[in-house]
Design a protein around this ligand. Sequence first.
Ligand code: DP6
Length: 355
Amino acid sequence: MTVFDKVVTARGSPNIAFIKYWGKRDEKLILPCNSSLSMTLSSDTLNTTTSVLISKKLEKDAFYIDGVLQDLQDPDVKERFEIVNKLRKMAKVKEKMLIVSKNNFPASSGMASSASGIATLIYVLNAALELKLTQRELSIIARQGSGSACRSVFGGIVVWKKGSNPDGTDSYAEQIFDENYWAELTDNIVIVTQEKKKVSSRAGMKQTVQTNPLYEMRYSSSETHIKEFVDAYKDKDFHRIADIIIADSNEMHALMLSTKPSIRYLNKASYAIMDAIEELNAKEGKNIAAYTFDAGANAHIITLASNREKVMNALKHLQDSKEIIEIKSSKIGGAPFELNETESLIDMQSMSPYN
Ligand code: DP6
């Protein structure tokens, strides 16, 4: 087998954290202060597709995201591209690469495009370079691109262990339940803004760790939340998992709020959604939906497929008043996977991206 002159294509998806990662103990290696837990979304709804070609005929590296040729000298891009160089070195390959990546959702809409993009990139490079790395090894490498990306290497319910080794060898992701264990779980992504966030997660979490003494409570509360979540999930107890999901999201946003200067990602529409979900749960006499927010105003409403209709009705007034722009529903999903050549994004003849 040769790694040259063939296109390898793969698809992966974002994840939504139920127990949030917010703060690093090592910024270079991306080692978190606390463990986190997430659900991988189905690639049927949101996905990144990435094709790779390695060839002696290529004169330089080229990396396209959503049709745009990336400037490999730009510090942010360069940092991400380090992963590519690292894997290439591991495979003892010197040849240049053409990488073409496409998201089926807007990159800056707060739908975790970096997690999906990086996890898919690493997965496809492992296949293209025939490295045969394990998922755990892939998660360690993905982590160094963007922390939350390490969880998208697996499907289902995934924990990213914070670890304690200074070199990061014990800070990796692990699947706790596969996507079929409780396949009725859905994430309904409620888009209320398409604006790029003012403070990046990276900058925001650094600010929190540096200025917020309340931060330390996350060390223990995240561990407690993970343990409680896993117990409740085992029993498929939606009421209990919803309590934990809501509490953890509110805790992270309270931390952001009390950071100096204060970081606020939620807006009026976010609060209106929280009210609507709490009213729905109160009316039902038990939790049938949970809200969670990452570093942005868009909500993720977790509910069982059988209760989706009720959630949509509870949010209808906010759709009518145009506070909600769009809702995208996703099932719980699996790990990245390889696609056949009909799905390739690279034209072998011209060695360039398809239009
Ligand atoms: C709020 O993984 O994007 O979504 O490691 O600096 O790239 P970097 O940060 P990133 O942060 C995600 C933060 C979060 C919570 C989470 O996904 O756990």
